[in-house]
Design a protein around this ligand. Structure first.
Ligand code: BG6
Length: 488
C-alpha cells in the first residue's frame, strides 16, 4: 500500500544496529536489509554498522553476516558484494560515553538511524551514552524493538529516557506485525471498500477472534521469556495492535497521527480487568511435555530447568467499551507449542434472524465469517452460505469467497517479504504510520498491567496443557460458554 514518502531515503547516511551480532539482527534485520539492497531500494551511500561488545572488525563482521544470511537462503553474488561493502563493525559498549565516542568516529553526517536490537533494560543507558558521545543529534532516528519495558512504569522510564535525547517525531517503535502484508491488506479491506463499513459494528457482528499460534518452543530465549510470558511478549503488542486495526474508527487520512489517534482510542476503550473478571474471562496456560508436528516435545519447565509460573499461553475475552462495539466480545489467544502455526483474525457475523429453508437445510446454516489469514497462508475469505448443487431437497453449504492474491491474480506476489523489510524502508523514508506512538505503548501497558495484577490478586497460576494442543481446556470453555467456538 503506498504510504506518503516523508523524506528522501538518500538523506540517511548510516544505519547503526545496536546488538549487531544478536539474534534479531542475524535472523531478521540483516537479511531484510540485504533484500532491500538486492531490490535496489537502499541508497548507494548508506553505511550499515553493527555494534556489539565483542571484539571484532569490519572483515569479521562481514563473514558473520554472510554466514547468517546464507543459513537461510542462497546469496546472489553481485548483490552480496554490494551489500558487504556497506557493512562495518564497532566493538563498543555504547552505554558508556567512551564506547559511543568510538562509534561517533564511524558514523557519517546526514540522517543517522540507530536500531535498538538490545535488551530493553539497556535502552535508557544507551540513549544517554549515545547522546553524550555525539552519535545522536536532532535528525537521528531511533528505532526501538519491543518490548518497551515490562510494565507501565518501566515503559514510561524508557520512553522518558528516549524523549530526553530525541523528539517523538524521530522515534520509531517497532511492532513487526504491522509490517506484515495481510495486516496492511486489512486496512485496504476496511477502508478501500464500501461493502463492510456499514456492517462493521455490534449490529451485524457477533464476535471477533484473533489467534496467534506458534508451534515453536521457547527454547534458548527462556531467560528473557520467563520474565515476560505470553501476556507481555505477544498480547501487549501484536495481539492488541491487531485488535486496534479491526476495531478502530476510519482515520481521516493514512498518515502517522490520524491512524495512531484512532488506535489509541480503541486501547482507551478496553474494559479494564478486575479480580472477578479475570477468573471468567482469561486463561493462562503453560506447556507440559507432548508431541508437536510428530516429534516428542519437552515441557517448558524442562527447558527452563526449574519450576516456573510463567504462562506460555494466554486467552482473553475482551470488550471494547464504545458505541460501535458494545456487547461484542473479542476473543484473543496466543501460545507456544500449539498444534500448528496460525495467525488468523475471524470476524463472525450474527446468525440469520429467521430461516426460510426446511428443517434439514436450516441445520446446515452457518453464520457468515470473514477470515483474515496472516500466516502461514496470506488470504482473506468471506464464508457465505450457498445451495448444494442437485435436484433433491435443498441443502446448504458454506463456501469461501476468496481474496487470495495467489489464487485470484494467479500471482503469488513473488518472494514472501520479511515484515522488517517494509518497516526498515519506512524508517529510511521517515514514515511513522506503521510504528507505535508513545501514548499507544503506555495505554497498552495500562491494560496489560491490569490483567497481570488481577491475576496476582486472584492467585491465578498457569494451567498445564500438553505441547501440541490448543492450550488448556479452559480456553475452550472461555468461548463455548457463550455458545461460540474457536475457528480451528
Ligand atoms: C516476537 C516474540 O515478537 O514475535 C516471539 O517475541 C514470537 O516470542 C514472534 O515468536 C512471532 O513472530 P512471527 O512473525 O513469527 O509470528
Amino acid at each position: 500500500m503506498p504510504f506518503d514518502t516523508m523524506s528522501d531515503p538518500a538523506d540517511v547516511s548510516t544505519l547503526v544496529i545496536l546488538g549487531g551480532s544478536g539474534d534479531l539482527a542475524r535472523r531478521m534485520l540483516l537479511p531484510s536489509l540485504y533484500h532491500l539492497d538486492a531490490d535496489g531500494l537502499l541508497s548507494p551511500a548508506l553505511k550499515i554498522i553493527g555494534v556489539a561488545r565483542a571484539e571484532g572488525d569490519g572483515a569479521s563482521y562481514v563473514k558473520d553476516v554472510k554466514a547468517a544470511i546464507e543459513s537461510r537462503e542462497e546469496l546472489d553474488a553481485a548483490a552480496w558484494k554490494r551489500f558487504a561493502e556497506r557493512l562495518d563493525y564497532c566493538a563498543a559498549d555504547v552505554t558508556k560515553p567512551e564506547g559511543a565516542a568510538c562509534l561517533a568516529g564511524k558514523v557519517g553526517e546526514g540522517v543517522r538511524i540507530i536500531f535498538f536490537a538490545l535488551s530493553p533494560s539497556l535502552y535508557s543507558a544507551a540513549c544517554a551514552g549515545l547522546k553524550a558521545g555525539g552519535v545522536i543529534d536532532d535528525k537521528t532516528r531511533l528505532v526501538l524493538e519491543k518490548p518497551i519495558g515490562r510494565d507501565l512504569e518501566t515503559s514510561k522510564a524508557i520512553n522518558a529516557a528516549v524523549a530526553a535525547v530525541a523528539d517523538e517525531a524521530n522515534v520509531f517503535r517497532i511492532d513487526h506485525y504491522l509490517g506484515k502484508e495481510t495486516v496492511q491488506n486489512l486496512l485496504a479491506l476496511r477502508f478501500a471498500n464500501t461493502l463492510f463499513e456499514p456492517l462493521w459494528n455490534a449490529t451485524a457482528i457477533d464476535h471477533v477472534q484473533i489467534t496467534i499460534a506458534e508451534t515453536e518452543k521457547v527454547g534458548d530465549r527462556w531467560a528473557y521469556y520467563d520474565e515476560y510470558g505470553a501476556l507481555r511478549d505477544m498480547l501487549q503488542n501484536h495481539l492488541l495492535q491487531l485488535l486496534c486495526l479491526v476495531a478502530m474508527e476510519p482515520p481521516a487520512k493514512l498518515d502517522p497521527d490520524s491512524t495512531r489517534d484512532e488506535k489509541v482510542k480503541v486501547l482507551r476503550s478496553l474494559k479494564p480487568a478486575t479480580r472477578a473478571s479475570v477468573i471468567h474471562d482469561t486463561v493462562r496456560g503453560q506447556y507440559g511435555a507432548g508431541v508437536v508436528e510428530g516429534q516428542q516435545a519437552a515441557s517448558y519447565e524442562t527447558e527452563v530447568g526449574r519450576p516456573s509460573d510463567t504462562e506460555t499461553f494466554v486467552a482473553l475475552r475482551v470488550e471494547v467499551d464504545n458505541w460501535r462495539w458494545a456487547g461484542v466480545p473479542f476473543f484473543l489467544r496466543t501460545g507456544k507449542r500449539m498444534p500448528e502455526r496460525l495467525t488468523q483474525i475471524v470476524i463472525q457475523f450474527k446468525p440469520l434472524p429467521h430461516s426460510i429453508f426446511g428443517t434439514a437445510a436450516s441445520e446446515d446454516l452457518e453464520s457468515n465469517r470473514l477470515i483474515i489469514d496472516l500466516q502461514p497462508l496470506e488470504d482473506i475469505s468471506l464464508v457465505m452460505m450457498m445451495k448444494r448443487p442437485g435436484l433433491g431437497d435443498t441443502r446448504l453449504q458454506p463456501l469461501p469467497l476468496s481474496l487470495s492474491l495467489a489464487k485470484t491474480l494467479g500471482d503469488d506476489g513473488g518472494r514472501r517479504r520479511i515484515a522488517y523489510e517494509r518497516l526498515l524502508l519506512d524508517v529510511l523514508r521517515g514514515d511513522r504510520t506503521l510504528f507505535v506512538r508513545r501514548d499507544e505503548v503506555e495505554q497498552a501497558w495500562t491494560f496489560v498491567d491490569g490483567v497481570a495484577s488481577a491475576w496476582a490478586e486472584a492467585g491465578m497460576k498457569p494451567r498445564p496443557y500438553p505441547a501440541g494442543n490448543w492450550g488448556p481446556s479452559g480456553a475452550f470453555a472461555l468461548i463455548e460458554r457463550g455458545g461460540r467456538t474457536w475457528n480451528d
